[in-house]
Design a protein around this ligand. Structure first.
Ligand SMILES: [Zn+2]
Length: 59
């Protein structure tokens, strides 16, 4: 588990698009829906975690 593989996003973002990156390699474009999630979601292809800015600061 790479703890550093976190992407901070704006609080008003309702979904994110992930296609991988240079480190993990690219994967098919997917949409990850943050609505109903606990302000964070993990990409099931590359394991990158997207987290809302406000939640990240609280930690
Ligand atoms: Zn991904």
């Amino acid at each position: 588990m790479k703890i550093s593989n976190i992407k901070i996003i704006e609080d008003n973002e309702k979904f994110v698009i992930c296609t991988g990156d240079k480190k993990t390699g690219s994967h098919p474009k997917i949409y990850l829906n943050l609505q109903g999630e606990d302000s964070s979601i993990e990409c099931y292809y590359c394991g990158k975690t997207f987290i809302h800015k406000s939640k990240y600061k609280k930690k």
